[in-house]
Design a protein around this ligand. Structure first.
Ligand code: G6P
Ligand code: MG
Length: 220
């Protein structure tokens, strides 16, 4: 039997924090005097905080000093944390708990691979922190997705070669990172947007009950 492991992205897979990122970025754009829409927010999914600010400033056609950028990165995050600290287990997305139970039952270990520096806090807020074998977050990587670094560190935490790892991702950059890491990529969300993924599901409840058995059965 093959030993496999799973790496989960956080935002958009385990919880929907994109709506809180949107409110915090929108408020900054409002203060700076330009429009920031939900469609713009799509561009920030899976992207690091610093890169998100750069994209936002491009949208507003603004150039700012390094000092101002640092100031806005801090104030945006403070605003975002106001929402995050109100989160509870009711915000865990459908299908997550039964998927984790399924993995536990099959003795398949799983870690988190997220670009978010707030990932540990968010997992604690929703009561899932202790279930993961390891956490790789925005604090532990030097290159953001689509660079594969975050997932390669995840594979190390699982003590598995990358090709034995299965990644759940909702962002184009994340699917690309998983593919570049030579892992199996599962796109959660719109299949057209995530057409580079090896498998596509609209959400985790669509995953077939025996999904992992076919990987375990592979003789490698
Ligand atoms: C995730 C989200 C991104 C966010 C990034 C950094 O990847 O999908 O939208 O920009 O995390 O999050 P942070 O909590 O560190 O600001
Ligand atoms: Mg995501």
């Amino acid at each position: 039997m093959k030993t496999i492991g799973v790496i989960f992205d956080l935002d958009g897979v385990i919880v929907d924090t994109a709506k809180y990122h949107f409110l915090a970025w929108k408020s900054l754009a409002d203060n700076l005097g330009f429009e920031f829409t939900e469609a713009h927010n799509e561009l920030l999914k899976g992207v690091s905080r610093v890169r998100s600010l750069e994209i936002l400033l491009d949208i507003g056609n603004l150039e700012l000093s390094e000092e101002k950028k640092q100031e806005y990165l801090i104030s945006k995050n403070e605003h975002y944390l106001k929402y995050i600290t109100q989160m509870g287990s009711e915000e865990i997305l459908p299908g997550v708990i039964s998927l984790l139970d399924n993995l536990d039952g099959l003795n398949i270990e799983y870690v988190l691979g997220s670009a978010s520096k707030n990932a540990p806090l968010i997992l604690k807020q929703v009561g899932l922190f202790d279930r993961f074998k390891g956490i790789v977050d925005g604090n532990s990587v030097s290159s953001a997705k689509p660079d594969p670094e975050v997932f390669l560190i995840g594979a190390q935490k699982l003590s598995l070669p990358p090709e034995n790892c299965i990644v759940f991702e909702d962002a184009i950059a994340g699917v690309e990172a998983a593919n570049r890491a030579n892992m199996t990529s599962i796109g959660i969300g719109d299949a057209e947007t995530l057409n580079e993924a090896d498998y596509n599901y609209n959400n985790l409840t669509e995953l077939p009950q025996n999904f992992f058995n076919m990987f375990l059965a592979e003789k490698v």
